[in-house]
Design a protein around this ligand. Structure first.
Ligand code: UD1
Length: 361
């Protein structure tokens, strides 16, 4: 079986790791197309090296741009690659512009498409990712869903016949890396000026809805700066670019700004933290898997399972909570009730590869 994976953004490289391993183990041919959506070494190269990913067969080098330009460039560049390779499956991951463009290009060439992490919904139509998910699910031939909830969403949209529950590949990679770190602890590269002997919160903010408005980003930066515990803010390039553009100062008060970390560094940083504050989908779940309380600065989450027992708490607007309650929320202790395992047991990639082989069109 010949699989062609389309990836382009940081979270897709993380998901690619266990899938590439499982494909190799099962002896299938695997080509990786990197769209180049993420091109900073911190968001791309370090993940290839750190997760031992197969080198991309081709890098489309599309870079940044408006949604239309970015999606369109990937779409037109993909055609040539797919025509030349004609894989048995085009495998797309998650919800980025690379996911949607890879899907559209494949279906128009009548190549079968499988969507890994299908069925997630925020029901927030202002998020670019929501359109990418919905359109990808409706175009793809096989929907590999991470959770029961995702399966319900797919069924509600009439897609049950194409959907299979495989579990979440993020569990595979997160647990593998956690276990390696427990066997051989490593000190994560936290921002300069952060006292590693004192408790810290690990923070990331990058979503368009939090960074594109000067007012909103300013309020989030104020709320973080105001906290009575130090905050390690690992800054995505989008955050730095928008903060500069809007004249919002990030490094002040409790906040120390650092570079994004490689995957193992990120897992180590979560394990060393007192809690996580984020708007990232992946990090919400990593916090849950690594048993750290997470506060999500958004109105909704695609991972509602993390909300059980208060492992994750949604705070749409930190400044509305009031200073004391905001601090109490982000610094709340980890829940003591035993956690369920809504994301599967860590063999999702193997299951996904099995299903791809079984459902070969
Ligand atoms: C993308 C995904 C998002 C995912 C995130 C993970 C879409 C619509 N969004 O968001 O779902 O959670 O990746 O990181 O596909 N930039 C750089 N260097 C880079 C990449 C981006 O400087 O290597 C900056 C540029 O200013 C660019 C901006 O980030 O304009 C946005 O990049 P883009 O790829 O559009 O989306 P992300 O915000 O990274």
């Amino acid at each position: 079986m010949k699989i062609l994976s389309v990836v382009g953004a940081r979270p897709q490289l993380v998901k690619l790791a266990p899938v590439a391993q499982a494909l190799e183990k099962a002896g299938h041919e695997h080509l990786v197309v990197h769209t180049g959506q993420h091109y900073d070494a911190d968001l791309s190269e370090v993940f290839f090296a750190g997760l031992s990913l197969p080198a991309p067969h081709v890098n489309l080098g599309v870079g940044s741009g408006g949604h239309g330009a970015q999606t369109g460039q990937i779409l037109s560049a993909m055609d040539t690659v797919l025509e030349a390779e004609r894989p048995d499956w085009v495998l797309v991951y998650g919800d980025t512009n690379s996911t949607l463009a890879g899907t559209l290009s494949a279906v128009k060439l009548h190549l079968p498409v499988a969507h890994l992490e299908a069925g997630l919904r925020s029901f927030n139509r202002r998020m670019p990712e929501e359109h990418n998910r919905v359109l990808t699910d409706h175009a793809a031939d096989l929907l590999l869903a991470p959770t029961e909830e995702a399966m319900r969403h797919l069924a509600a949209e009439g897609l049950a016949a194409r959907s299979v529950l495989v579990g979440d590949v993020m569990v595979d990679v997160c647990h593998q890396v956690r276990d390696a770190l427990l066997a051989q602890p490593a000190v994560p590269a936290l921002p300069e000026g952060l006292d590693p002997g004192e408790p810290y919160l690990l923070c990331t903010v990058h979503r368009a809805e939090n960074t594109d408005s000067a007012e909103r980003l300013g309020r989030i930066a104020d709320a973080l700066a105001d906290l009575p515990v130090q905050v390690a803010l690992l800054a995505h390039p989008r955050l730095l670019a928008r903060a500069e553009q809007h004249g919002v100062k990030l490094e002040r008060g409790a906040v120390r700004v650092g570079r994004p970390l490689p995957y193992a560094g990120m897992v180590a940083a979560v394990m060393g933290s007192a809690g996580v504050v984020t708007d990232s989908g992946g990090l919400q779940k990593e916090a849950f898997l690594l048993e750290r309380p997470c506060t999500t600065v958004r109105t909704e989450t695609e991972w509602p399972e993390t909300l059980a027992d208060g492992w994750n708490v949604l705070v749409p607007d930190p400044t509305e909570l009031g200073r004391a309650q905001w601090a109490a929320t982000v610094m709340r202790p980890a829940p003591t009730a035993p956690r369920a395992a809504p994301y599967g047991s860590g063999d999702a990639a193997r299951r996904a590869v099995e299903i791809l082989a079984q459902r070969l069109p």
